[in-house]
Design a protein around this ligand. Structure first.
Ligand SMILES: C[S@@+](CC[C@H](N)C(=O)[O-])C[C@H]1O[C@@H](n2cnc3c(N)ncnc32)[C@H](O)[C@@H]1O
Length: 274
């Protein structure tokens, strides 16, 4: 049995990242399962905490998934490229202005990680044209190159059977079989329609998407998968999953561009079919 030399952690700060809920989530994991499937993987907080040996991860965000692939296949070149970046305003806006489609996969991943580490609030946000549009963060000493962690992730992705996809969540769910574990962490249904953040990219996650996801949850339940799903503690969501166990969780508010709008309350739920 292969043993990892370092424990990896998420390499990007991600809106809706699950770091603060990780202990609670771990408590609710099934004891045994076949494949671990995360169709909305984002920064992968639960993935890196759990370190399954057989997994399928997916996200619709092409920059994010390119970065996972580059960390897996070209980690040394990526680290070298990251070392060239500077935490300076003009340089930041220059890198931000580059069109990722015109860069090599390594340059793209390097740009993506650099922007994530140095942008305001570490918040990934694209405008309607799919362009990253967050202003410079002006942080004193952001850790642009976390060599040890990138290598630890690379080792993990190469040691075990981890399949990485860049598509809609429904596609990878077709691969799910009886006995697999699926953790759904979709963009949340808004607590109130103006303040919340559901737009991760040019593909919005609408009410209709939430309904389709709930239908897929039921289908996978019938198939014999173990499923956990995170979402907002709202009537709409509780109604969609009324046939399942719904656990209210205490958590800080989501990343919000106004830092003062954070606080503790039961604004999230965990839905469980096992
Ligand atoms: C709440 S975040 C997941 C956070 C993650 N659990 C973490 O720890 O960082 C939701 C993710 O869903 C992705 N997403 C949005 N719509 C999607 C879709 N239709 N299919 C797959 N992924 C999607 C977003 O890019 C985002 O990374």
């Amino acid at each position: 049995m292969k043993v990892l030399t370092h424990k990896p952690k998420p390499f990007v700060k991600w809106a809706g990242g699950k770091r603060q809920l990780i202990k609670i989530l771990k408590f609710y994991l099934p004891i045994e399962y076949k494949t671990y499937i995360e169709p909305f993987v984002g920064g992968g907080a639960l993935l890196f905490e759990t370190l399954p040996k057989k997994a399928i991860i997916n996200d619709i965000n092409a920059e994010l998934i390119n970065a996972y692939n580059v960390i897996k296949n070209n980690v040394d070149e990526l680290i070298e490229s990251l070392k060239y970046h500077k935490n300076e305003k003009n340089y930041y806006y220059y890198i931000r202005s580059l069109d990722p489609d015109k860069l090599t996969p390594i340059e793209r991943a390097s740009r993506f990680i650099y922007l994530n580490k140095t942008c305001f609030n570490g918040l990934y946000r694209e405008n309607s044209k799919g362009k990253f549009n967050v202003p410079f963060g002006n942080y004193k000493n952001p850790k642009i190159v976390d060599e040890e962690n990138l290598k630890a992730i690379s080792e993990y992705l190469n040691t075990y059977d981890i399949k990485i996809f860049n598509g809609d969540y429904k596609e990878v769910c077709e691969l799910a079989e009886k006995g697999d574990f699926i953790y759904f962490d979709p963009p949340y249904y808004p607590l109130n329609k103006t303040a919340s953040f559901t737009k991760y990219n040019k593909y919005d996650f609408t009410e209709k998407d939430q309904i389709e996801l709930a239908n897929l949850f039921k289908e996978l339940d019938r198939k014999g998968c173990y499923i956990l799903l995170s979402n907002s503690n709202t009537n709409f969501i509780r109604k969609l999953y009324k046939d399942y166990e719904i656990i209210e969780l205490e958590a800080n508010r989501f990343i919000n561009s106004k830092g003062d709008r954070r606080g503790k309350s039961k604004i999230e739920v965990l839905i469980k079919n096992f």
